[in-house]
Design a protein around this ligand. Structure first.
Ligand SMILES: C[S@@+](CC[C@H](N)C(=O)[O-])C[C@H]1O[C@@H](n2cnc3c(N)ncnc32)[C@H](O)[C@@H]1O
Length: 187
């Protein structure tokens, strides 16, 4: 499987967003391997887009459950369609702002810099939602507090993150050479 082949699951507009906005296949596999360390783990992708991370993770790690929460209804619908097309049984998606989801229900978290769109005006997914620096700060602090409340041993993967949402109680245990991908465990 290649990224281009996977992206054929989606319409052309979504394929064109892939390089900038959706996790590359190799990264998704590596991140999922770290998060699915024991069978039965419930993994949440915060800002799941069209479901690429979750569907790749679910394919390679069938004993874990991958959930994605996505604020954009259109992207959420594409993730459901891709789940059906790939007949993936261990992935599910929620159409909501992540602040409306009970984060205490999940064991591990994947975060591909979902809030950055509030800071960077270039290459936005669409112009359908409000963007602001204060939303970036609000979301980052909200996630920081939720991660701080998780038990010791909680696993987190960040990709392209500014790390404003990562509490100091999380330690990096592995990273890619370019440091864009980081694996963290809560002390
Ligand atoms: C960089 S994309 C990553 C998509 C997916 N995680 C992946 O790796 O393929 C970030 C996504 O987060 C979503 N997002 C941003 N802020 C959000 C929020 N507060 N609640 C839910 N989704 C959010 C955006 O709509 C976008 O689809």
């Amino acid at each position: 499987m290649t990224d281009a082949a996977f992206d054929w699951l989606y319409p052309e507009r979504i394929q064109l967003l892939s390089r900038r906005h959706w996790t590359p296949l190799g990264v998704a596999k590596k991140a999922a391997q770290f998060l699915a360390d024991v069978p039965g783990k419930k993994i949440l992708d915060i800002g799941s887009g069209v479901g690429k991370f979750c569907l790749i993770g679910a394919h390679f790690f069938p004993e874990a459950f991958f959930f994605g929460v996505e604020q954009r209804r259109e992207l959420y619908h594409y993730s459901l369609a891709a789940r059906e097309a790939t007949q993936t049984g261990n992935a599910d998606f929620i159409n909501a702002n992540f602040t409306q989801v009970d984060l205490s229900e999940y064991d591990s978290f994947y975060f591909y810099n979902a809030f950055f769109e509030n800071l960077d005006g270039k290459d936005r997914i669409d112009q359908q939602i409000e963007y602001s620096t204060s939303l970036y700060v609000y979301y980052s602090r909200y996630l920081f507090k939720a991660l701080e409340n998780k038990p010791s041993g909680t696993r987190l993967v960040t990709f392209h993150s500014l790390e404003d949402e990562v509490p100091p109680s999380y330690q990096v245990v592995d990273a890619s050479i370019d440091l864009l991908l980081k694996m963290w465990i809560k002390r």
